[in-house]
Write a protein that binds this ligand. Structure first.
Ligand code: PBG
Length: 331
């Protein structure tokens, strides 16, 4: 059937029709809320590069988790800002490290919270790279040992999932072995399987002071021009035992989310990174578009591309809009 018998506009006539026809929605069940945790007490400090996002000391992070859970959010991804950094990032696996204490505190107060930890070295190393440096290069295999220790220390503290974001080869398998050996076979791995070397991490690096002091991350993060390589990376991580496969950033890489959706059956997460967040915040502030509608559209797009889960700094805002009954009215 063709025009004039078939008229697609018939199904766009009223809001009710559009609502019933819409293929994709986003709910609180889809969202992971990232939190930045710092040392100290009573600290809630806005991050200059990410308006509306804060660094919390553990006591106030607990309040943030409570208010997010009151809005229906369930899952949190924790990033630590340690008091001290060194060459090998040793504070990343200290028993009383910032993340280990934060996880214990959150799980003690909110046992049902799904607590996920970022497993990486860049926030903890003095040089800001995601691995151990030997002869001026990132030593892959030495780094794996460190990552395994970090993951086990997070699991011991009570993390439900660990999320390695370093992009070293073989780390998912190494972490899986280490978790299983230590009695944590129930702890899942959400792998940053496909992590591009992206300009959009800029605001995050300001937030946790993790910009590399020399060079860049091109020898471990992926080249934005590559799609088939993304599939190879994802399949390797599936083979090595990853439970959830992440693509990061999300919006500039929707084709990659779709490619993985069509080729693997594991749950896929899309990470709407700091630069994606701040672009929307600053664009809206400048009066270029409506913030809430831009949030809605960007998240719907990530889901439509094939992501099951979205990691987003807008999680709390979305949950608020859902609670107020406004979310579904944005289009
Ligand atoms: C750590 C890590 C980064 C992000 C998440 N984990 C930064 C990086 O690789 O430089 C970025 C998150 C964001 O931009 O929101 N390796």
């Amino acid at each position: 059937m063709m025009f004039p018998e078939y008229r697609p506009r018939r199904l766009r006539r009223t809001k009710e029709v559009r609502d019933i026809i819409r293929e994709t929605t986003v709910t609180v069940n889809d969202l992971i809320y990232p939190l930045f945790i710092c040392e100290g007490e009573k600290i809630k400090e806005e991050i200059s590069s990410m308006p509306g996002i804060f660094r919390f000391s553990i006591d106030l992070a607990l309040e943030e988790v409570r208010s997010a859970m009151d809005l229906g959010l369930k899952a949190f991804l924790l990033f630590g800002i340690p008091g001290r950094k060194d060459e090998t990032g040793s504070s990343a696996f200290a028993k009383d490290g910032i993340i280990q204490r934060a996880v214990r505190a959150i799980k003690e107060k909110f046992p049902s919270a799904l607590v996920i930890t970022d497993v990486c070295l860049c926030e903890y190393t003095s040089h800001g790279h995601c691995g151990i440096i030997k002869h001026n290069e990132i030593d892959n295999d030495l780094t794996l040992e460190q990552l395994a220790r970090i993951a086990v220390s997070h699991a011991k503290a009570g993390a439900d999932w660990v999320a390695p974001s370093d992009m070293m080869d073989g780390r998912v398998g190494r972490i899986r072995d280490a978790l299983d050996d230590a009695g944590f076979s129930h702890v899942a791995i959400m792998s940053y399987a496909v992590k591009y070397c992206s300009a959009f991490y800029g605001p995050f690096r300001t937030a946790v002071d993790s910009a590399p002091r020399f060079g860049d991350r091109k020898t471990y993060q992926m080249d934005p021009g590559n799609a088939r390589e993304a599939l190879r990376e994802a399949l390797l991580d599936v083979e090595e035992g990853a439970d959830v496969i992440m693509v990061k950033p999300a919006l500039p890489y929707l084709d990659i989310i779709r490619l993985l959706r069509e080729n693997i059956n594991h749950p896929i997460a899309g990470y709407q990174v700091s630069g994606e967040y701040s672009m929307i915040k600053l664009g809206a502030k400048a009066g270029l578009f409506e913030e809430d509608r831009a949030i809605w559209e960007s998240l719907i797009s990530i889901k439509r591309a094939g992501a099951d889960v979205i990691i987003t700094y807008f999680a709390k805002r979305v949950a608020e809009l859902i609670e107020r009954g406004v979310w579904g009215e944005l289009y």
